[in-house]
Design a protein around this ligand. Sequence first.
Ligand code: ATP
Ligand code: MG
Ligand code: MG
Length: 551
Amino acid sequence: TDKSSRNFIEQIIDADLAAGKNGGQVHTRFPPEPNGYLHIGHAKSICLNFGIAKQYEGKFNLRFDDTNPAREEQEYVDAIIDDMRWLGCEWDDRLFYASDYFQQLHDWAVQLIEAGKAYVCDLDAEQMREYRGTLTEPGKPSPNRERTVAENLELFAKMKAGEFADGERTLRAKIDMASPNINLRDPVMYRIKKAHHQRTGDDWGIYPSYDFTHGQSDSLEGITHSICTLEFENHRPLYDWFCDSLGIHHPQQIEFARLNMTYLVMSKRKLLQLVTEKHVNGWDDPRMPTIRGLRRRGYTSHSIRSFCERVGVTKVNSTIDMVWLEDAIREDLNENAPRRMGVLRPLKVVLTNVPEGETAKVCELPNHPQNEEFGTRKIELGREIYIEQDDFQEDAPKKFFRLKPDGAVRLRGAGIAVLDEIVKNEAGEVVELHCAFNPDTTAKHNEKKVKGTIHWVNAEQAVEAEVRLYDHLFQTENPNKAPEGSTFLDNLNPSSLETVTAKLEPSLSHAEAGEKYQFERLGYFHVDPIDSNPGQPVFNRTATLRDSWAK
Ligand code: ATP
Ligand code: MG
Ligand code: MG
């Protein structure tokens, strides 16, 4: 294979395989902490780990990193499982849980105590911070650093037996208080926390730290390449130290740049805050960058996978433009969404030469302009129709090719409408247009070809439906950057959701939850799976068209 087209992770794995490492096996995993819903950043990690496993005909594990009972919930576990399946990234074998390793981790802690490599420390969190030192100052040893093995074993047993209060003791690795890498200055292995765990109940009153859990969990599962984000780069020496000190299978940790995107926040803490403070309507709000939100917005799993593919993997942090994600769903739906007509902001047009109650024309429209397999549908044009308010301008510039005084426009699939009269109310607002209709779609107006084509809906047969138009949830490109005295919440976009009552062509009354359509000239719309009722669909705008007014 061509080396230049391989990303840096593939190059590492290729070299490992060439050197006969890991018996020629590749085994990856995705290790979410069940303390929130998956977001588009997690999707990148999932696609990467799943993709590598498939590519090398290896294995892929899903492991819940559930060692912090205070913030974790079964609801999140279930949602993660469901979202992974929906993404099409199914794990091999069974599900794995770090909590299944609590006994083994405990026994390994005892092993390290016996080897003189771990000790029980009496410092509280604040003292420990003080003793740890800074980047420029070495740390000071804990007063308990030289406890005997016997003493440490006894104290650790007491920690486990619940004889101390939360935070009163910790178990620490005895590494190097002068290390330039602060993570190596005797990191905490165990904390006392008398919390009920969603899987192990009240069995444990002590819980292992991330650093003391992660590498060993990888090791137990036979993971070969433990791919994680860059912020764990300076935890790698610790990952290595625990595997080496315990003499167990030693997977290789590889770091890549996490996904950041414009107009989004991706931290679960911030997403949780948006939900609990009701800035959005739940984790699945279509404005959220969660997989749930994107699903409800109308994203397909294919579009998310192809987005992740395009973003690729690098070692350098960067911010991806939101447009990449939108382009991925546009591409998918452009190919796969049937076309319909709907009017978001209706303006009534009376075709005065069509007799009342009569059908002026039965129009047969293609359901997809580039794909005949989608078939056609019939729409009746009557005396009254709705068009988009924006498709009429009284003081129109010369290049405005839609309805304007003494102007004409083509009604998609029907014919030509020539504007005769603008009807206004007492306040001077336009309430209705009167036009003459000509069913000859090639007819000229004032001896010129009619340039503009607009969409329309038969007024008598129109279906009224709630349509939600979404904009960025935040109004600044980097919402995480908030000026002194403000927070990311101050960057929220006050008009990220607009709800309109649209007039839609009659066939859409049967639209079913989960279906996706292109409303011509307006964008892609998804039938909301939660708020829709039979015969009463609610639509979420997934994305606008690239340039909505080009035609
Ligand atoms: P957050 O910082 O949002 O709370 P996290 O990293 O704590 O996220 P985990 O559940 O621990 O969330 O993440 C599981 C895996 O997903 C980890 O391997 C993590 O590196 C990866 N991951 C999380 N966020 C991103 C991101 N934005 N881009 C790529 N990978 C990510
Ligand atoms: Mg984490
Ligand atoms: Mg986290």
